[in-house]
Structure formats: C-alpha cells, structure tokens
Design a protein around this ligand. Structure first.
Ligand code: GUN
Length: 299
C-alpha cells in the first residue's frame, strides 16, 4: 500500500564520514600510545578502471585517517606465483596491519588461493576461510566491510535488531552469507533468499528488514515490501541511457520502494561509502590487536 509520505533516505555518506572521523581520532591516540602508525597494503593487478577507482578511494581514506597506505600496482600478466610471493612479503612485514587484494583478479590467477594466503590476522577484507569460520561461530575476527557497513546503518536506524524479521536477498560469500550471520548475531530472525527462492515477493513482504544484494538492477519493487520496512540496497548497477550516458541504480526500485518503506538507502550515497569506512575501521582494529592496544572507543 503506497503511503502519502516518502521513506526516510538513510544517509550512508554522512554515517561513513562520522565513522572515518572516529577512526582518525582513535588512530591519533593509538599512535601517541604505541609510536606506530597503522598501515594498509592494497594490491591491484591489472587495469580494470572500476577497480582502479576503488583502490584510489581506499588509499585516500587511509591517508585521511592518519594511517599509512602501501599501494602495489602490478601488470595484468603478473603470475600467480609472483602475487603469492608479494602476499608472503606483506604477511611478514611488521608495518603492514591490513592486506587487501582487489578483486576481481585476472582469470589466470586463482582468487581463492590468493585470499587464503593472506594472514587471517591481517585479512581486513574478512574473506579468508578462517575469518568466515570465526564469524559463523561467533569468534572475533574480521568481518567483510560491506555487510559490516550495512549492519552499522541498520543499528543506527533501528537500534536493537532483536526479534526483527530480516530477509537477505543474495547468498554470496562477500555479502549475503556474512550479512545473514551478522543479523543472526544481533538476534534477528533471518531468511536468506536467492535465485531459486519461490515467490520471492511474498518472502520479502514478511520482512521488517530487507537487504538486497543480488546485482539485478531495480529488481525489488515497492509492492514487495511490508509498509514501514527498512531497506538496505547493496546493488551498484550501471545502466545505459541514451547518447552514451549511464546512471547507477541499486537492486531496489527506489521510486516505488520509497512510497512503501520506512527508510531506505539511496544508490549512490548509501552502502558504498560505508564499505570504505569499515575498511579503515578494520585496519585500525587489526593494528590495535597486533599491539595489544585497548581502544578507547568500541568502533
Ligand atoms: N572488489 C569489489 N569490492 C571489493 C572488496 O570489498 N574487497 C576486495 N578485495 N575487492 C573488491
């Protein structure tokens, strides 16, 4: 049922700036106490333009937070062995607290092999099987940045998530599965929906919280939603318009969803900025753990 008022737009950009400022303040205290600056190494193989933009943004956020950034740009024909050798060097380097190898990798490199080679205690992406396992059984480790950012937005919007019904659409290892585990950790009642789910609109309509992470432009429509639901849109889809122009849209049809939801993240300006803020948060957390430094604030 469309409502007369539109959903609140969840300002991920502002939330990300606030988190980045908190991380920067904590980095200052960490450095004063330990004499060390947290360091993040980012590895980019090849020239994929979208990946180059992401890596640039990650490097800038690292410097802005008062941390050290180590950027490694390797040619597209870099061998798997050479990349693994670089990961070994970064694992052993004491000034490196976090390691991120930008995905996707060229097809001649086995991404799982590379991800698994990173020291789990420097794995600020949270992609290593050890960190996936820690998340699954409730041990502290590193949680992938995008679902962590979504959880932070949901807590800020709704407060306690306990007992709420949540539907995560998408079952990827990077977003859907960790998102579901994080929501479960906050005592939500969680359903994971995917391409084989029967009557997806009916499943989504049960949910107080909807997280869409399927990579299908504007798939979730307003009439799929329970009135007042909180909607987190992880999708970033570039769709072509006329005259060679394109625009970014999410996995949710923002116009129709805004008429039914209580609150919704826009694309762009919703989840995206939180991913990078969570990366620098994870890097600070890694440095603090490695130095046995107690952070003043729980970020
Ligand atoms: N490619 C797109 N998003 C990500 C991310 O969060 N981490 C890495 N390593 N690669 C990505």
């Amino acid at each position: 049922m469309p409502r007369s008022s539109l959903a609140r737009s969840i300002d991920g950009k502002a939330a990300a700036l606030a988190l980045r400022a908190e991380v920067a303040a904590e980095v200052t205290r960490f450095t004063a106490a330990t004499g060390r600056v947290p360091g993040l190494a980012v590895v980019l193989v090849g020239e994929d333009p979208a990946s180059a933009v992401y890596v640039h943004s990650k490097g800038k956020a690292t410097i802005d937070a008062g941390m050290q950034g180590f950027e490694h740009r390797l040619p597209a024909d870099t061998s798997e062995a050479a990349l693994l050798a670089l990961v070994d060097l970064l694992n052993a380097d004491p000034v490196v607290d976090g390691i991120l190898v930008q995905l996707p990798l060229p097809s001649h490199i086995d991404a799982d092999k590379v991800t698994t080679r990173i020291d789990p205690d420097k794995d600020v992406d949270g992609f290593h099987p050890v960190n996936a396992g820690r998340l699954a059984i409730g041990l502290s480790g590193f949680v992938p940045c995008t679902p962590l950012g979504c959880l932070m937005l949901l807590r800020a919007e709704l407060g306690d998530l306990s007992g709420k019904s949540a539907v995560v659409i998408g079952r990827s290892n990077i977003v859907g599965k960790p998102m579901a585990l994080l929501l479960l950790g906050d005592s939500a009642t969680v359903t994971i929906a995917h391409s084989r789910t029967r009557d997806l609109p009916a499943v989504v309509r049960q949910a107080d919280i909807v997280v869409a992470a399927v990579g299908r432009p504007e798939m979730v429509k307003g009439d799929w939603l329970k009135p007042g639901a909180t909607v987190i849109d992880v999708g970033i889809n570039r769709i072509d318009k006329q005259e060679g122009k394109s625009r970014l849209v999410g996995d949710v049809d923002f116009a129709s969803a805004s008429a039914v939801a209580g609150a919704i993240t826009p694309v762009p300006g919703g989840v995206g900025p939180m991913t990078i803020a969570c990366l620098i948060r994870n890097t600070l957390v890694s440095a603090a753990r490695r130095e046995h430094y107690q952070m003043e604030k729980r970020l």
